[in-house]
Design a protein around this ligand. Structure first.
Ligand code: GDP
Ligand code: MG
Length: 175
């Protein structure tokens, strides 16, 4: 069994239907299949190259951080992960407000975070401006990607890889 020098555990969080599973599957398989199991609450393990380094990435495509989610399960996700991918969809203001709330709960955490405004292809249904996303990212002190799991491949990869880089950096610092 191969052992890795580094691993990166990412929890993908956000309200239901924002595209957490679509983004995860897009990143891992490059494909977009359109419909995803809503109950699936699983960890995908995958070897990826981050720059020149082989990294074992574990992605928890959560069903957590939903409305009826308990504080303890959030704490569990936080304790488990090395980095958080926070996702809202640009056509759903509610999902954006939800991320703002999560932000407040994360105040004492130094877990690396990356913010994604997904479904960027649905411009005609837009409820959250690009600028609002940028402002929230500034607030988080994190990177921001407005992307479409449905239509983009490279940008989705870039978002995951950026978070991986930050995780690896944070791990090196804490060693
Ligand atoms: P989750 O509940 O956050 O895991 O959301 P899913 O990944 O299951 O996606 C919910 C729905 O939104 C599905 O019907 C997806 O096909 C759709 N969806 C996901 N990403 C996009 C996107 O970038 N653009 C559009 N138009 N639809 C998307
Ligand atoms: Mg899902």
């Amino acid at each position: 069994k191969k052992s890795y020098l580094v691993d990166a555990k990412i929890a993908v969080c956000g309200q239901k239907s924002v595209g957490k599973s679509a983004l995860t599957v897009r990143f891992l398989t490059k494909r977009y299949i359109g419909e995803y199991d809503h109950q699936a609450d699983k960890v995908h393990k995958h070897e990826i190259l981050v720059d020149t380094e082989a990294v074992l990435v574990e992605i928890w495509d959560t069903c957590m951080f939903d409305e009826n989610d308990s504080i303890s399960s959030k704490a569990e996700a936080l304790a488990w992960c090395d980095g958080l991918l926070l996702v809202y969809s640009i056509n759903d203001r509610d999902s954006f407000n939800f991320i703002k709330k999560v932000k407040q709960e994360l105040q004492n955490s130094d877990t690396p975070v990356l913010l994604i405004g997904n479904k960027a292809d649905l411009i005609h249904l837009r409820q959250v401006s690009t600028e609002e996303g940028e402002i929230l990212a500034k607030d988080f002190d994190c990177k921001f990607y407005e992307i479409s799991a449905a239509e983009q491949v490279h940008q989705v990869s870039d978002a995951f890889l950026d978070l991986c880089r930050e995780i690896l950096q944070a791990k090196r610092k804490s060693k």
